[in-house]
Design a protein around this ligand. Structure first.
Ligand SMILES: [Zn+2]
Length: 343
């Protein structure tokens, strides 16, 4: 017997065992990582019941154009309250709406910078379509971006452009105005529409800062002026509506308000008729968002349309490539059709 004769075979076997153990380790690690990822994002694979077969060409609302707005806003860069990027974004939005027969207002407010306590200027943009109409529908979104991507594991002080969280709602409202101007939405003539871009939703440098400063100011000003001569009868807040993997559940706080839940039911009914199955008619999250200020301070019936299953939320990966024209088209189309139908 010669040990040396057997030795290569033994080494080969040992290597195989090491390889199998290593492979198993990688598989287990990958499984744990995947489980953590899905736990973090709250994502479950959707059944086909909640995935529409619609393509961009099936949808009359121009999702591609909305996506162009989303990209243009992200190209400006970070757009947090009081920043240079925010100023450029305001010019972009205001110049855009000037082409329409609308009244455009800047609603300015000052409040202390969360870190330096210096006076910081915020600005809500209010675009009034058919300003003479006294019963009005409020369509709003926040348009400021979080200063830093605080959920980013690699670099929580990195660059944040808020493609979904900030730009998506803004882009849809901009394209919706074009749609309305072209007369593609024959809205009940008793209603006017206000497009409102809310600032300082999240001018925050820690998780415990003051949210919703712009919506608080907007709602308080509205409530403080009973002589204003108009009333918001229905309100819709759009927030994070561009995720390429769209899933929009009823938001629980909106559904808990008796004056607001009918708005959600109307909109989800429209979505079902249009076969936009990503509007899922069950509740999933309670979201603390601008709609709470609008409802509590302004007494405005208002719902939040939000896709909170977005793994890139508050990370550097909230970028246009994680959003899609198709998702913007689906949401924009549902809102546009709802505007036509709502009584
Ligand atoms: Zn955010």
């Amino acid at each position: 017997m010669n040990n040396t004769e057997n030795e290569p075979d033994m080494r080969h076997k040992r290597n195989r065992i090491i390889a199998v153990v290593a492979f198993t380790g990688i598989v287990v690690a990958a499984a744990i990582a995947a489980a953590q990822f899905s736990w973090f994002s709250g994502r479950k694979p959707l059944t086909p019941k909640y995935q529409s077969k619609l393509r961009l060409s099936d949808i009359p609302f121009n999702g591609q154009q909305a996506m162009e707005h989303l990209k243009a806003l992200c190209d400006i860069g970070p757009r947090c309250t009081g920043s240079e990027g925010m100023k450029r974004q305001q010019e972009y939005i205001i110049n855009y709406f000037k082409q329409f027969d609308c009244k455009v207002e800047r609603q300015l407010f000052d409040y202390p910078h969360p870190l330096t306590k210096e006076k910081t200027r915020g600005c809500n943009i209010i675009v009034r379509w058919r300003p003479e109409r006294t019963e009005r529908i409020l369509l709003c979104t926040h348009y400021d971006t979080l200063p830093y991507p605080m959920n980013d594991k690699r670099n929580p002080k990195g660059r944040f452009v808020g493609a979904n969280d900030g730009a998506s709602g803004t882009a849809i409202l901009m394209e919706l105005a074009t749609w309305m101007e072209k007369g593609q939405t024959a809205i009940n003539p008793k209603y006017g529409v206000d497009f409102v871009f809310l600032d300082a939703e999240e001018f925050l440098f820690s998780r415990t800062g003051r949210f919703f400063v712009g919506s608080e100011f907007f709602a308080s000003q509205y409530a403080a002026n009973p002589q204003r001569g108009y009333k918001y009868v229905k309100g819709v807040l759009l927030d994070m509506v561009g995720d390429s993997d769209l899933q929009i559940y009823y938001e629980r706080v909106s559904m808990s308000w008796r004056d607001s839940s009918p708005i959600a039911r109307e909109i989800w009914r429209v979505a079902a008729r249009l076969k936009v199955k990503e509007f899922i008619p069950t509740t999933k999250y309670d979201i603390n968002d601008d709609h709470i200020m609008l409802h509590s301070r302004g007494d405005i019936p208002c719902i939040d349309i939000i896709d909170f299953d977005y793994p890139y939320w508050h990370t550097m990966d909230d970028v246009p490539s994680n959003c899609s024209a198709l998702s913007l088209a689906k949401v924009g189309w549902v809102i546009a059709e709802w505007l036509k139908e709502t009584k």
